[in-house]
Ligand binder design. Structure first.
Ligand code: XMP
Length: 517
């Protein structure tokens, strides 16, 4: 079963048939960058379901090294018979070749990395392109194109580096147009999208907003909806879309567990309550959470307590509103694809504001299911969400509690909040905020001796943690400039009582995790 949300989004867009996840997602992303909607479907998708979605084109993605590998995903040839233009990429080209009666040879050698390419037929997809080098990653190669196809390019080890049969709307390339190392790759995709598939570049934030608003209205009818706000961009954008669709029938619940950073609660209040006039229940539950955390030092225990109390608080508040049948969640496209396979979840029990009780009898409204994170940000900007919220770095559900090693007390929270505030301010001033995946302060459970104004001090150190990352699965410690580090260190020690030393965490992930707990 395909995601029902595709029914309204796909018509006119392009489906990427997934033979190997990492390639497929990147292709979909590149197509969306050309302002054409694109979504990934599994290789064993029912062709009848694809036909019902009315895509303008299909792309068969790359995949395993060889179509002859045991268990290699098969191409259902019926996908080639839908009368929809098809572009096969790498494995997709080979699978298509075999399905249409061509030949794929096990060359044994293969090509990996930057490879020269020679266009042999200009009157083709290459008409306007300057194609000299491309990025290849293949062992087998098409040795004979299927009948009726023209070979349009070759490379040293791929006699058929590209082929096409415009009459049947079929195209194939051995190289990867979706990676940046194929300089003409995007232009080739554009030629397929706009010249072959006749797509129109209308997948813009405004289009997304209009489309989602209509869908939400159709889903919830005259009913009421609730949404848990976290202060992060996903729940905020999801809430604003729903508010645009159903107005005051949406109530947002913001549980402030007291583990937020400086000013975050106020920002939510200002943006949602005062600016957008969204009915907002602001639950100030700091003391409740602190009392449950008293004396707890074990990281998993902290996470579990916060997750559990968050759900309890949310349930109690939503019960006060009477039976609201719909719940908004900021689920992203990447969550849909990766669901169930998150390594991080095995290492730590994640608490997400989206991860509300499983046994609540509500229907989910998930307006971001088709969007990547960067698209959510663009939609957020378009909706007028404050820049700070749109570009906020990821922040864990349990908040500062898992950045305070040992006991979480009001006093230690205050120290960390103040140190983190200085750090954020300096990182923003240096223009590094958006470049870094995350930058934050950690408060360890040790004290050290220092000297300030001729006086001996015995106080906490603060750890600076800053990382770059693409997806949080791996991360590299960020090389912050020394003068920035010096400013941060001086300011924290001067401005934050209770701190007499600043240290830098230079651990990547793995072996470290991004958070300390
Ligand atoms: P780690 O520390 O496992 O973190 O390397 C990976 C990413 O996940 C974030 N993180 C969380 N996010 N709820 C969340 O919503 C959580 O419980 C949680 N724990 C970690 C972390 O900030 C990093 O971006």
């Amino acid at each position: 079963m395909l995601d029902p949300a595709l029914a309204s989004a796909v018509p006119g867009g392009v489906l990427v048939v997934d033979f190997g996840a990492q390639y497929a997602q990147l292709i979909a992303r590149r197509i969306r960058e050309c302002r054409v909607f694109s979504a990934v479907v599994p290789h064993d998708v029912d062709p009848a379901e694809v036909a019902r979605l009315h895509p303008s084109g299909l792309v068969l993605s790359g995949g395993p090294a060889s179509v002859y590998e045991p268990g290699a995903p098969a191409l259902n040839a019926a996908l080639l018979e839908l009368g929809v233009p098809v572009l096969g990429i790498c494995y997709g080209l080979q699978a298509m070749t075999l399905a249409l009666g061509g030949e794929v040879a096990r060359t044994g050698a293969g090509e990996f990395g930057k490879t020269p390419i020679t266009v042999t037929e200009r009157e083709s997809l290459f008409r306007e392109l300057e194609a000299e080098t491309c990025w290849m990653s293949h062992r087998d190669a098409v040795s004979a194109a299927p009948e009726g196809f023209t070979v349009t390019a070759t490379s040293p080890d791929a006699p058929v580096a590209a082929m096409e049969h415009p009459g049947r709307g079929m195209y194939g390339v051995q190289f990867h147009p979706e990676v940046v190392h194929t300089p003409f790759g995007t232009d080739l995709l554009k030629a397929f999208l706009f010249e072959v598939c006749d797509c129109t570049p209308t997948w813009t934030p405004v289009h997304v907003i209009e489309d989602q608003v209509a869908r939400i209205r159709a889903q919830v009818g005259d009913e009421r909806v609730i949404c848990a706000l976290s202060g992060g961009v996903d729940s905020a954008v999801a809430a604003l879309l729903v508010h645009k669709a159903v107005g005051d029938r949406l109530t947002c619940i913001f549980v402030d567990h007291g583990m937020l950073r400086h000013g975050e609660g106020d920002q939510v209040e200002e943006a949602f309550g005062e600016h957008f006039h969204v009915p907002l229940v602001h639950v100030r539950a700091q003391e409740h959470f602190l009392s449950h955390l008293a004396g707890v030092t074990e990281p998993e225990e902290k996470r579990k307590i916060i997750g559990r109390e968050f759900i309890r608080t949310f349930e109690a508040e939503s019960a006060k509103l009477g039976g609201v049948p719909f719940l908004v969640q900021g689920t992203l496209y990447s969550d849909v694809i990766e669901s169930g396979s998150r390594d991080a979840a095995k290492i730590k029990s994640h608490h997400n504001v989206g991860g509300l009780p499983e046994d609540m009898s509500v229907e989910l409204v998930e307006p971001l299911r088709q969007l990547f994170k960067d698209e959510v940000r663009v939609v957020g900007e378009e909706l007028g969400l404050p820049e700070r919220m749109v570009w906020r770095q990821p922040f864990p559900g349990p908040g500062l509690a898992i950045r305070i090693i040992g006991d979480v007390t009001a006093e230690r929270l205050e120290i960390l909040r103040n140190a983190d505030f200085v750090l954020q301010e300096e990182i923003r001033r240096a223009g590094l905020y958006r470049e870094l995946w995350q930058s934050f302060a950690v408060l360890p459970a040790v004290k050290s001796v220092g000297v300030q104004g001729d006086e001996r001090t015995y106080a906490y150190p603060v750890v600076i943690r800053a990382v770059t990352s693409a997806d949080a699965m791996t991360a590299e410690w960020a090389r912050l400039p020394y003068d920035l580090l010096e400013r941060i260190s001086n300011r924290i020690i001067n401005e934050v009582p209770g701190v007499n030393r600043v240290v830098l965490d230079i651990t990547s992930k793995p072996p470290g995790t991004i958070e300390w707990e």
